[in-house]
Ligand binder design. Structure first.
Ligand SMILES: C[S@@+](CC[C@H](N)C(=O)[O-])C[C@H]1O[C@@H](n2cnc3c(N)ncnc32)[C@H](O)[C@@H]1O
Length: 238
């Protein structure tokens, strides 16, 4: 897997209409109807969380009446979900991906990991419903190596230039985005700055190059072997 190619793009810098696009979506709600298959998948994830906390020895995971849940969005083969679950044995970790082909490559999971096939744009809105209802508390949300949509003409398919972005920003005390494309990282951080000036200001945003000692996702391993520079954006509550 050492031949991973770096992102090629016709976009020289961060998207020139970023501020306009993010501001527009910051004051609107994404209303596309939620697909039935993601409602079903979400119900399975919810059941997993409930059963996890009901089972012996894990009652302490609930905080202020909410269940702590970690999300690993776009988990691919689920390697990161497993790694995050091992590092956080007291919290259920839900890995979400729309690709059945990738999910079926997942290895043996610890008992606090759950992989689910679903559309993120829908799953996130259902998850935010649980957070707003005080039922879920998301301490950490991983967004590792999302599809970059590197052509300039595809820019508004990127999560941070899409109407879903205000929902995503509300999902997680800490949100961590990883990417092998510097422009994507800088855009994500800038979009978060713009959105937070409009709505949720009490967050810190950091954007930096980083080198994982031990790769924790399939793509991270591929990029590391190809000696590509990796980038990380972290958004935390102040
Ligand atoms: C580049 S891969 C990264 C996978 C994994 N995080 C890793 O680092 O190995 C991006 C993943 O996001 C998933 N994905 C992209 N858009 C999605 C969406 N809207 N809903 C669900 N999954 C999505 C793809 O199926 C793919 O597995």
């Amino acid at each position: 897997m050492s031949g991973a190619r770096a992102v090629t793009t016709n976009q020289p810098d961060i998207y020139d209409k970023l501020e306009e696009v993010v501001r527009k979506y910051a004051s609107t709600e994404y209303l596309r109807p939620i697909a039935d298959h993601t409602r079903t998948a979400f119900a399975e994830a919810e059941k997993f969380v409930l059963n996890f906390y009901k089972s012996a020895g894990h009652e302490g995971g609930a905080v202020r009446g909410s269940y702590k849940v970690i999300l690993d969005s776009g988990c691919g083969t689920g390697e990161s979900t497993l790694n995050i679950a091992i590092a956080n044995p007291g919290i259920p970790v839900i890995g979400i991906d729309k690709s059945a082909a990738r999910l079926t490559k997942a290895g043996a999971a610890p008992r606090n990991a759950f992989l689910v096939r679903a559309e993120l744009l829908d799953f996130w809105r259902l998850a935010l419903g649980k957070v707003k209802a005080g039922m879920w508390h998301i301490p950490y949300h991983a967004l590792y190596y999302p599809n970059p949509w590197p052509k300039q003409s595809e820019a508004t398919r990127r999560f941070h230039l899409h109407p879903i972005f205000p929902t995503l920003l509300q999902l997680g005390d800490a949100i961590e985005l990883r990417t092998n494309w510097e422009i994507y990282a800088r855009e994500f951080a800038e979009a978060a700055h713009v959105a937070m000036r409009v709505a949720t200001p009490d967050r810190t945003i950091a954007c930096e190059a980083f080198e994982p000692k031990q790769p924790i996702t399939a793509f991270e391993r591929k990029y590391k072997e190809a000696r590509q520079q990796l980038w990380r954006v972290t958004i935390n509550h102040v």
